[in-house]
Design a protein around this ligand. Structure first.
Ligand code: F6R
Length: 608
C-alpha cells in the first residue's frame, strides 16, 4: 500500500524517482507526487491526482529540479484521492512521504491546530509534517525534530523526509510498514521494497521494526526503537534491475497467467526430487512429525490457497487443521496449544493483518512457517521457517501465478507431512510427486482453451451477478474465481460450496445468472453434477468446467463446457484455477476495465 522512494544523489533525481514510482505503482495509484530541494535549499513539489502518467504530464509542464528528493504513489486511507491530499505533504520546513496509518492523528491535529498550525488536507500524514515543524520551530535540529516527532506517532508507518536547507540529509523510519535502504556510489536511497530500487542498486539493508535511518550521500546511520545506533546486515537483492515489462501481452495479468507452467515448474523444482520421487523440503528447525495441529492464516486469494491446503493436510496427513482470514484471526483470541504449526501464506509477505496474526501465533508458542513470494519480506524475517513460491514479481493487482505457486508449495508440504506422520508410504509419495510433476505440462494444455474461454466472456460481461460452484478442494477455487471476477470486472460474484446452494442461494437462480460449475471427475463429481442439475432445472445457465471424461458424460445440458486434461484428483485445484482466471480476465477486457490496476485496490496491503 502506497509506494515510497527517496534518492539523495549526485545528479538530478526526478527521472530516477519517476522510474522507481513506476515500479511501485502496483502499491497504489490514486495519486502521486515528488518533492525535491530546489537549488539544494527550498522544498519544491509536484503532485497529481490519478495515475503516474498525470504526474509525468505535470512534470513536463513544470519541471522539478534537485539532487535530493522523495516520491510517493498513493492508495488513499484518510482523505479522498485528490491532488490536495496527495503526498509529499509539506510545510516550508519539511516534506514527508508516508505509507501506513497514523492512528492518533486526530488528537495530534487538534493539538497542533490549537498551537496555530494551518492544515490544508484531510490526511493523517499532514499531522506528521506539522509535528516535525513544531519541533523545528522550538529550535531542534532536523534529526532531533524527526526523532521527537516519531515518538509521538501511534500506528503503522514507513516514512521518508527531507528538510529545507538540508541538501545532504534524508531521514527514514519504519514501524509496521516495510522500508529498505539502498547503497549507491556517493548516493543513498530509500524505498518501500527492493523492487523500487532495483534500477539503482541491489545492495540493500532491510530496516527492522522501529528503526530510524539518517542518510547522507556517503552513508547512513541506523538507530533502533530505543534510539541506540545499530548496524543492520547489508544483503544483495535478487531482483534484477530491468524494468518488469509486459512483453507481447496486453496486460500483466495475462502475462502472469501464461507464466504459470514455468513458475510452477520452478517452484516444484525446489521441492521435489523427481529421480527419487520424493519431497525434499529444506531442513526445518522443528520436527514436522511431531506436529499434530495446524493453523493456516492469510488474506484474500492467499486465504483460498490455505483453504485448499486444509483439504490436503486433513486427507493426506490426517492433521487437525484450522484456516482463518487474518483480519478476523488477529482479534479473536484463538486458543493455540503450544507446539502447533502456524502457516502464513502471503504473496507480498507484508500484509498487515497477516503479519499481526503471525506475531500473535508466535506469542502463543507456535512454530511459524511462512509461504511468501517476495524474498526478505517482513513475514519471512519474523518466521522460524520460510518456503518460497518462485512466481517471480507479480505486477497485476489480481493475484494469479502467486496463487498457483502457493498451491504447489502447500501440496508439497502436505505430502511431506503425510510422509513424516506415517500416513502415506513411499509408493504413495512417489505417486503424488509424479502427479505434481505433470502439472506444468497440463497447465500449458489448459492455456490452449484460452480462445474458447474468451468466447464466453461477452455474455458473462452482461451479467449483474455470477455464481461459482465447487466441492471439496474445488470449493475454494470457486471462491477464488468469484473474487477474481469481482475485483477486475466489478461484477458481483459469489463462490459457493455446491452442496450449500439448496440452503438459500438457489433462490438467486434465473436465466440471467451465469453459473460456473467447477467439477473434475473424481470422488465428488457425481454430487457436484447433481447440484448442477438442480440449477439447470431452475433455468440457470451453466458454464461447466470439467475434464475430458466429465465432458463426455455430463455436458449435455450445460450452455458451455470447457474440458480440461485428465489429472490426478489431488492436483486438480492447480489446474482449475487457470480457466477461472482467464474467464475473469476476458470479462474485464470485454467490459473495458483497468485489468492490471482495478479501482480501489492495491497490491501490498500494509494497512489493516
Ligand atoms: C486478490 C489478491 C488479494 C491478495 C490479498 C493478500 O487477487 O491479490 O486478495 O491475495 O490482499 O495479499 P498477500 O498474499 O500479499 O498477503
Amino acid at each position: 500500500m502506497c509506494g515510497i522512494i527517496g534518492i539523495i544523489g549526485k545528479e538530478e533525481v526526478v527521472p530516477r524517482i519517476m522510474e522507481g514510482l513506476k515500479r511501485l505503482e502496483y502499491r497504489g495509484y490514486d495519486s502521486a507526487g515528488i518533492a525535491t530541494l530546489y537549488d539544494g535549499k527550498k522544498i519544491d513539489r509536484r503532485r497529481a491526482q490519478g495515475k503516474l502518467v498525470n504526474l509525468e504530464e505535470r512534470l513536463r509542464e513544470i519541471p522539478l529540479l534537485g539532487t535530493i528528493g522523495i516520491g510517493h504513489t498513493r492508495w488513499a486511507t484518510h482523505g479522498a484521492p485528490t491532488e490536495q491530499n496527495a503526498h509529499p505533504h509539506a510545510t516550508p520546513r519539511v516534506a514527508v512521504v508516508h505509507n501506513g496509518i497514523i492512528e492518533n492523528f486526530r488528537d495530534l491535529r487538534e493539538e497542533l491546530s490549537a498551537a496555530g498550525h494551518q492544515f490544508e488536507t484531510e490526511t493523517d500524514t499532514e499531522t506528521i509534517v506539522h509535528l516535525i515543524t513544531s519541533f523545528l520551530d522550538q529550535g531542534l535540529d532536523p534529526r532531533a525534530a524527526a526523532e521527537a516527532a516519531l515518538k509521538r506517532l501511534e500506528g503503522a508507518f514507513a516514512l521518508a523526509m527531507i528538510f529545507d536547507g538540508e541538501e545532504d540529509l534524508m531521514i527514514g523510519a519504519r514501524r509496521g510498514s516495510p522500508l529498505v535502504l539502498g547503497y549507491g556510489e556517493g548516493e543513498m536511497y530509500l524505498g518501500s521494497d527492493a523492487i523500487a530500487l532495483a534500477h539503482l542498486t541491489r545492495k540493500i539493508t532491510y530496516l527492522e521494526e522501529g528503526d530510524r535511518v539518517e542518510l547522507t550521500r556517503n552513508g547512513a546511520r541506523l538507530f533502533d526503537e530505543a534510539g541506540r545506533e545499530v548496524i543492520r546486515p547489508v544483503t544483495m537483492a535478487t531482483i534484477s534491475g530491468g524494468m518488469i515489462d509486459k512483453g507481447n501481452y496486453r496486460h500483466f495479468m495475462l502475462k502472469e497467467i501464461y507464466e504459470q507452467p514455468t513458475v510452477i515448474g520452478q517452484t516444484l523444482g525446489t521441492l521435489i526430487d523427481p529421480l527419487q520421487g520424493k519431497i525434499t523440503l529444506p531442513e526445518f528447525p522443528f520436527d514436522l512429525a511431531g506436529i499434530d495441529r495446524v493453523t493456516i492464516i492469510a488474506c484474500g486469494t492467499s486465504y483460498y490457497a490455505g483453504m485448499v491446503a486444509k483439504y490436503w493436510l486433513e486427507q493426506k496427513a490426517r492433521l487437525n487443521v484450522e484456516v482463518d482470514i487474518a483480519s478476523e484471526f488477529r482479534y479473536r483470541e484463538a486458543v493455540m496449544p503450544k507446539g502447533g504449526l502456524a502457516i502464513f501464506i502471503s504473496q507480498s509477505g507484508e500484509t498487515a493483518d497477516t503479519l499481526a496474526a503471525l506475531r500473535y501465533a508466535q506469542a502463543q508458542g507456535q512454530h511459524i512457517l511462512s509461504i511468501v513470494n517476495v524474498p526478505q519480506s517482513s513475514m519471512e524475517r519474523e518466521s522460524d521457517m520460510v518456503l518460497h513460491t518462485h512466481a517471480g514479481p507479480e505486477v497485476g493487482v489480481a493475484s494469479t501465478k502467486a496463487f498457483t505457486c502457493q498451491l504447489a508449495v502447500l501440496a508439497c508440504l502436505a505430502i511431506a507431512m503425510a510422509k513424516a506422520r506415517g500416513q502415506i508410504d513411499h509408493g504413495e509419495e512417489e505417486r503424488l510427486c509424479q502427479a505434481l510433476t505433470e502439472v506444468p505440462a497440463r497447465m500449458a494444455e489448459v492455456l490452449n482453451h484460452d480462445e474458447a474461454i474468451q468466447a464466453l466472456a461477452d455474455d458473462v460481461a452482461k451479467a449483474r451477478d455470477v455464481i461459482y460452484l465447487g466441492r471439496g478442494p474445488e470449493y475454494p477455487i470457486a471462491m477464488e474465481g468469484a473474487l477474481k471476477l469481482k475485483e477486475i470486472s466489478y461484477i458481483h460474484a459469489e463462490g459457493y460450496a455446491a452442496g450449500e446452494m439448496k440452503h438459500g442461494p438457489i433462490a438467486l437462480i434465473d436465466e440471467n445468472v451465469p453459473i460456473i460449475v467447477i467439477a473434475p471427475t473424481g470422488r465428488l463429481f457425481e454430487k457436484t453434477v447433481s447440484n448442477m442439475q438442480e440449477v439447470i432445472a431452475r433455468k440457470g445457465r451453466v458454464i461447466f468446467i470439467t475434464d475430458e471424461q466429465g465432458a463426455k458424460t455430463d455436458s449435455e445440458e450445460a450452455e458451455a463446457t470447457i474440458a480440461l486434461p485428465m489429472l490426478d484428483e489431488f492436483v486438480t485445484p492447480l489446474l482449475y484455477a487457470i480457466p477461472v482466471q482467464l474467464l475473469s480476465y476476458h470479462v474485464a477486457v470485454a467490459k473495458g476495465t483497468d485489468v492490471d490496476q482495478p479501482r480501489n485496490l492495491a497490491k501490498s496491503v500494509t494497512v489493516e
